[in-house]
Design a protein around this ligand. Structure first.
Ligand code: FAD
Length: 277
């Protein structure tokens, strides 16, 4: 269908974002809507034999949030979903739609979980790291033709003598039911010696396409996590995160907010470690 109608057709999942775009005049109503709800393979949350999780893109945000197994295995994702919109929207809105929007608030959490996207293309099913898809220059033209058929969250492996640190924050213009100004997610393993053995940090918010902050991750894994190095980490975050500003919040405000949130989580992790010693 999509091949036949090309750019005049749009895949429709929950329709919550598409409708907002049409109503605000951001995008024209396409001539054809391809409803994905009838494709059974695109629904559901699966705990696979190898320990990976596979989520169908048509899974609603409500289903993601309330799935007990997913809450235990990937609490960052369920926490991110909890912060999106309100229950009435989450009952319709899907994880796939949130991802393909390229600015959804679930994305930083999915990046921090090292997620992989599965696309149906003319050649068959193709796997692509979420981080790679978000960084692709041609994102805007390429993604519209492809169908997202799965989201894979790899099994979390634990390194011995480390503690896993997870954090997700969304800052909006009010406490709840608000578009994001900044979103950050951290998924790391802090060694008993205070050194990060493995850490993934992602940030986004507003119309900023979320991304991993890999230079800062590398910096953290080289240096003991103590107060002086956090000052350096803070500067690294300010240099690396490049959000878009708008009339509600400047790029500089967003950059500083993200850096504050991330550094405060790193500081709390280091403090907990010191207290436990
Ligand atoms: C009142 C309100 C509040 C909101 N608050 C938030 C918020 O706090 N945070 C947030 O992130 N979002 C928010 N949104 C935006 C939206 O609800 C979410 O991003 C939602 O997850 C989108 O999912 P959907 O199923 O409705 O997507 P749709 O609107 O159906 O589709 C979105 C885009 O994805 C494409 N698409 C969908 N599925 C596929 C697929 N399988 N393969 C290829 N392309 C696909 C569609 O063609 C379209 O371009 C809000 C929306 C509303 C109306």
């Amino acid at each position: 269908m999509k091949r036949l109608w090309g750019a005049t057709a749009s895949y429709t999942a929950g329709g919550t974002l598409l409708r907002t775009q049409w109503e605000s005049g951001l995008a024209p109503v396409p001539a054809y809507l391809i409803d994905l709800s009838g494709i059974a393979e695109l629904h559901g949350i699966h705990d696979e034999a190898d320990g990976n999780w596979r989520i169908g893109p048509m899974t609603t945000l409500t289903s993601c949030r309330s799935h007990l197994g997913l809450q235990t295995a990937h609490p960052l994702l369920t926490e991110a979903v909890r912060n999106i919109a309100a229950p009435s929207v989450r009952n319709l809105a899907t994880l796939g739609g949130n991802i393909v929007s390229a600015v959804g608030d679930a994305l930083p959490a999915l990046l921090a979980c090292n997620s992989v996207l599965q696309w149906r293309t003319e050649q068959g099913i193709t796997d692509q790291a979420l981080t790679e898809w978000l960084e692709a220059e041609q994102l805007q033209s390429a993604w519209k033709e492809r169908l997202l058929v799965g989201i894979q969250l790899p099994r979390q492996t634990s390194i011995s003598q480390t503690k896993r640190i997870l954090a997700y924050h969304k800052v909006g213009r009010r406490e709840a039911f608000t578009p994001s100004v900044v979103t950050v997610a951290i998924n790391g393993q802090l060694g008993d010696d205070g050194i990060w053995r493995d850490i993934r940090i992602a940030a986004g918010g507003g119309q900023t396409r979320p991304r991993r902050l890999e230079h800062t991750e590398a910096l953290l894994m080289e240096n003991p996590s103590n107060s002086p190095s956090l000052a350096v980490v803070y500067q690294s975050l300010l240099a690396e995160f490049k959000p878009k500003g708008d009339s509600f919040a400047s790029a500089d405000y967003r950059r500083r907010t993200a850096a504050n949130l991330i550094v405060s989580e790193l500081w709390k992790a280091a403090k907990r470690l010191t207290e436990e010693r």
